[in-house]
Structure formats: C-alpha cells, structure tokens
Design a protein. Sequence first.
Length: 157
Amino acid sequence: MFMDYFTLQPLLVITLGYGVIAIILGGLIYNLYRRWHSVFQTNPKTQSGAVEETIARLARAEGGLAALEPRVRALEKIGSVAVQKIGFLRFNPFEHTGGDQSFAVALLDRNNNGLVLSSLYTREGVRIYAKEIQGGISQHALSEEEKAVLRQAMENP
C-alpha cells in the first residue's frame, strides 16, 4: 500500500484540525474587516464627513460642559452653608415631669457652623433657646444635652 493506515489517520486528524482553525480565523478576519470598513469607509468624502461630525459633537459636548461649570460652582457654594449635620435628643430635664417632652437639636453646615435649638417643657410652659455655633464652638454655655447633640452632629459625615 501507498501509506500505512495508522500513518494516515493522525495526518487526517491534524489536517482537519488545521482546517477548523483556518475557518475560525477566516471568520474573525472577516468580522475585523467589516468593523474596519464601517469605521474607515473607502469613500474619502464619507471619511472626512465622519471626522467632521465627530469634531462637531465634541465641540458641543465641551460647550455644554463649560456651561455647567458655573452652575456646579454655585451649587457647591450653596451646599457649603446648607444644613448637612444634625444631632437630636429627647430628654426629661426635671424629675417631676415625664415623657421626655423636652428636646435639643443641633443643625450644622459643612464647617460646623449653625445652631443648637433647645426646648424645655415644664408644667408652667415651654421655653425655647437657640445658641449660635461657630466652628463647633458656642459662645454661650451649653447644657449636657446640648453638648451631646453638638457632638452627635459633628460626628455625622
């Protein structure tokens, strides 16, 4: 015989394997060619038009971004003085009244500026006190409850 059977079988398997690999590579090359052709079409006028359109879209995006910058700065300025940190505590200041009807609340901005508001409930009435806070410090004496809500507010991110 021309070649032995056992010699032909491995050669046949190797040849078929190379054929399958060649078909797969051919498909990949065809897909790559289609993508390349869709981006860089053969017509030079179409290519320059696509480039000009991309440049125009980029210019519009830059213009929109430039228009947003002052608005973002204004919002950052407003946000820096907005209430961002809050502390709250209900408490009972006197033993003869019940129900924790008194409260203290601290309202601070990013720089720990703001106020502590306290409401004390008694049988005779309600008293409300507001104390200014600058940099986390009050110029007025704070009660233990007011100090607690101030610490709570400053610990909030």
